[in-house]
Design a protein around this ligand. Structure first.
Ligand code: ADP
Ligand code: MG
Length: 225
């Protein structure tokens, strides 16, 4: 059984006029060590799908099974812990805290768990080395480049060794060279850590790196080129 199984997902947002049907029956599955791109133009529902798979929003209908569990059946604190341990997120904006150093930012998810341990510190430093920021540990986000900030955000997403990495337009704010480097890095890390990687993006070059590509069209997933 794949670790991620999405079945017949629908999502409708209420609105003052007609309700907005964003997802109209989306199914997909992903196993450890697999990566997948979901393409689609702006407004096609990519972020909506990613938030639901990431348990940040609930579907209108349909199911998400993650690691054999229905996350939406968990209590709020259980779900927060589940998400913190199992799922890493990288968004278009890095969301690093400006007052914290690069290393402190990467350690933030470990603090949410209680306290960071020496093992967390080792893991954070190793990841920062791995993403090419070993020499920038004490810099603040304003003191590094956009590509470096996104690399730090990737290290932060992986610090607790999640099994699923969800990325929403991770190269959307970057120039072409930095975007290429971040795309290559995501895929390298996915392979090294045997992760499930889901990338939602409108970027063809980024999606082109992934093994499988699907496209959201009128609320459904269709094969993409
Ligand atoms: P994408 O990420 O592909 O650009 P989104 O998932 O952000 O698309 O949005 C898809 C559609 O759903 C858009 O029409 C958007 O306006 C609508 N939408 C997203 N979130 C909400 C919300 N919280 N309330 C109402 N409509 C929303
Ligand atoms: Mg989006």
């Amino acid at each position: 059984m794949p670790d991620l199984v999405v079945r017949d997902l629908t999502k409708t947002f209420p609105s003052r006029s007609d309700p907005v049907e964003v997802l109209r029956g989306v199914s997909l599955s992903l196993s450890a060590g697999e990566n997948l791109a979901v393409l689609g133009p702006s407004g096609s529902g990519k972020s909506t799908l990613l938030y639901i798979i990431g348990t940040l929003d609930e579907p209108t209908a349909g199911t998400v099974e993650l690691f054999g569990e229905n996350p939406f059946a968990l209590s709020e604190p259980e779900l927060a812990r589940f998400r913190n341990e199992r799922i890493g997120f990288v968004f278009q904006d890095h969301h690093l805290l400006p007052q914290c150093t690069v290393l402190e930012n990467v350690l933030l998810p470990t603090i949410a768990r209680g306290a960071s341990s020496p093992a967390h510190d080792v893991r954070a430093r190793k990841l920062l080395d791995r993403v090419g920021l070993g020499h920038r540990l004490d810099h603040r986000p304003a003191e590094i480049s956009g590509g470096e900030r996104q690399r730090a955000a990737i290290a932060r997403a992986l610090v607790l060794s999640p099994r699923l990495l969800l990325t929403d337009e991770p190269t959307g704010n970057l120039d072409r060279a930095s975007a290429d480097a971040v795309g290559a890095l995501l895929l390298d890390l996915q392979r090294q850590e045997n992760l499930m990687l889901l990338v939602v993006t409108h970027s063809q070059p980024l999606a082109g790196r992934m093994s499988r590509r699907l496209e959201l069209s009128e609320g459904k997933l269709i094969p993409a080129l």
